[in-house]
Design a protein around this ligand. Structure first.
Ligand code: IPM
Ligand code: MN
Length: 366
């Protein structure tokens, strides 16, 4: 029987809509080849939400997401909305509430750089002769992002603000399980990152992770690093890691570092997995490129669609269990890029193609 997949398409701003359009085309080719049917609807988010509905995350968009089994997300933000108060801006006004509403507690970001385009990395080629292949697992709905926060005026007239970093055992254990599952599909090695020499939450993190792995994953090699050391090691020798596993704030910073070490942002996909199980018995999730809305090149037809296409492959794998189709899309992207079809960001001054042509080369290889 043909599998039917139902997802919400939230293209957002900047290059979001143009890379989303071609990603859907590539999905359509995969659907024919791997015999699944797609049902999807588009909705506004981010700046488009503000312009058309008065807020970054319109109620109608949330409603559509609730009726779907996954969200394919583009990117949000741009200069037009930068003057709004921070929590009304596209990024904070849409992404953080989506994470909270759908309990998207696990952010999975592959740090993948093909050997063929190793020059896209700021690292010297001899440090990464075979490219890079690691993955960052970041806790996404806890820690300092969502703890109690406030600003007040002190008696002496100064202003004081605080943010609180809070974690409880169950939050750490459920993300530890995602790290374990990820490691089992790779080389069974996890590096947990914390600041246990200073932070109470990190002491709990390390203790909980150690006990959980001892009990549930004796087959996985676990080691621990302080976050400052991890930041240094990541740029010194990224491939010493396999699964890099950490809390929300540290993961925000380390995953950005990882993405630049891996070269073009235009190649970086990500998955944010939810607690909820969808109608396919898989995790509800939000899938988005890591690169942002790139307003400077929006509408020119030159944006790299690979990250959006790779994000849709992650959706097929994690939310719909279509692992064959996902792997085929990933291989088609790699083959297209390796054979020399490249957008400007990965062409190093050589011949480059536009968004549509890049996507067509991928579809053809599928
Ligand atoms: C990310 C982004 C977000 C975060 C911002 C836009 C709120 O930087 O997804 O990494 O800090 O989590
Ligand atoms: Mn970030």
């Amino acid at each position: 029987m043909t599998t039917k997949i139902k997802f919400a398409v939230l293209p957002g701003d900047g290059i979001g809509p143009e890379v989303m359009k071609v990603a859907i085309d590539v999905l359509g080719v995969a659907a024919k080849k791997f015999d699944f049917a797609m049902e999807y609807a588009w909705a506004d988010v981010g700046g488009a939400g503000i312009d058309n509905h008065g807020k970054a995350l319109p109620d109608s968009t949330v409603e559509l997401c609730k009726q779907s089994d996954a969200i394919l997300f583009g990117s949000v933000g741009g200069p037009k909305w930068e003057k709004l108060p921070p929590n009304e801006q596209p990024e904070r006004g849409a992404l953080l509430p989506l994470r909270k509403k759908f309990s998207l507690f696990a952010n999975v970001r592959p740090g993948l750089l093909y050997a063929e385009i190793a020059d896209a990395s700021p690292l010297r080629r001899e440090r990464i002769p075979n490219g890079i292949d690691i993955v960052c697992i970041r806790e996404l709905t806890g820690g300092i992002y969502f703890g109690e926060k406030a600003t007040r005026i002190l008696d002496d007239g100064q202003t004081e603000s605080h943010d609180t970093m809070v974690y409880k055992t169950s939050e750490i254990e459920r993300i530890a399980q995602v790290a374990i599952d990820t490691a089992r599909a790779r080389s069974k090695k996890v590096t947990s990152v914390d600041k246990a020499n200073v932070l109470e939450t990190s002491v709990l993190w390390r203790k909980t992770v150690t006990a959980y792995f001892a009990k549930h994953a004796p087959d996985i090699a676990l080691n621990h690093l302080y976050v400052d050391n991890a930041a240094m090691q990541l740029v010194r020798d990224p491939n010493q890691f396999d699964v890099l596993f950490t809390e929300n704030m540290f993961g925000d910073i380390l995953s950005d570092e990882m993405s630049v070490v891996c070269g073009s942002l235009g190649m970086m996909a990500s998955a944010s997995l939810g607690l909820g199980i969808n109608s396919h018995g898989k995790r509800f999730g939000l899938y988005e490129p890591a690169g942002g809305s790139a307003p400077d090149i929006a509408g020119k037809g030159i944006a790299n669609p690979c990250a959006q296409i790779l994000s849709s492959a992650l959706m097929l794998r994690h939310s719909f269990g279509l692992t064959g189709a996902a792997a085929a899309i990933e291989k088609a992207v790699k083959d297209a890029v390796a054979s020399g079809t490249r957008t400007g960001d990965i062409a190093f001054g050589g011949k480059s193609v536009g968004t549509a042509e890049m996507a067509a080369a991928i579809a053809e290889r599928l």
